[in-house]
Design a protein around this ligand. Sequence first.
Ligand SMILES: NC(=O)c1ccc[n+]([C@@H]2O[C@H](COP(=O)([O-])OP(=O)(O)OC[C@H]3O[C@@H](n4cnc5c(N)ncnc54)[C@H](O)[C@@H]3O)[C@@H](O)[C@H]2O)c1
Length: 257
Amino acid sequence: MSLMEKLSLKGRTAIVTGAGQGLGLAYARGLAEMGANIVVAEISEKTGPDAAKELSGLGVKSIFVKTDATKREQLDQAVVAAISLSGTLDIMVNNAGITLWKEAENVSQADWLKLMDINVNAVFYGCQAAFAPMKKQGKGSIINAGSMSAHIVNIPQAQASYNTSKAAVVHLTKSLAIEWAKFGIRVNSISPGYMSGPMAGPFWQDPAIGGVWKRMSPMGRMGEPEELVGVITLLASDAASFTTGSDYVVDGGFICP
Ligand SMILES: NC(=O)c1ccc[n+]([C@@H]2O[C@H](COP(=O)([O-])OP(=O)(O)OC[C@H]3O[C@@H](n4cnc5c(N)ncnc54)[C@H](O)[C@@H]3O)[C@@H](O)[C@H]2O)c1
């Protein structure tokens, strides 16, 4: 098989949680461009249907399944929908996540639990939901949303709960990779740096926040969501058949110094 054939996702089916906007939508576009059908597993009824419509315009099948990724049974419904598209679930991207900037002493129990529920529990439930069909197929690729915050403590903003959640995702990914290698299921994570878009983008212009980030950034800029897509489509494909338990940091060199 040629490298181009190994990279192709034609006829495969992917679920992307939180694909209504931001990085999830960019990942879904990239996977669709490489030929994959997409289930948009998004909580927002405002963005989800439009995302699925746009992706269908790329010549693949795409549907919106309203999904709260913190609810295992709703993820199971997304899996049923994926299998109805092509008969398989080949790629699971557990992307949905939230952030919280608050000094640790002011983080309430409710704040902490909400963040861990979406950033950690939902990733675990997404992996679990994908397990049965992937085991049956003897093959599958799971990609979880880490962050460079799994590896560094960001400044100047205080975000201990977020950093902790992303470190948990990276280690969960490695743990599942070990448990599921024997079933042909690969589990990897992607750890972006500061990206343009609703989560981090607006702060880049603020000298007190973005100014600090810019001085610390070797490239002196944020990343564009499209700059993550090559890694996502590679990990999803057969070209990455020996890659599991890896965390791909894509941050313009931010965490190197
Ligand atoms: N943007 C960055 O700079 C950056 C950097 C590193 C890591 N990340 C991670 O990448 C992921 C995506 O970030 P983003 O910047 O695109 O965020 P975003 O806020 O732009 O998009 C998140 C999407 O997830 C959806 N969502 C939220 N809760 C959900 C739930 N319970 N179930 C299903 N969908 C839900 C939202 O509706 C939204 O469409 C997150 O896990 C984030 O932590 C982002």
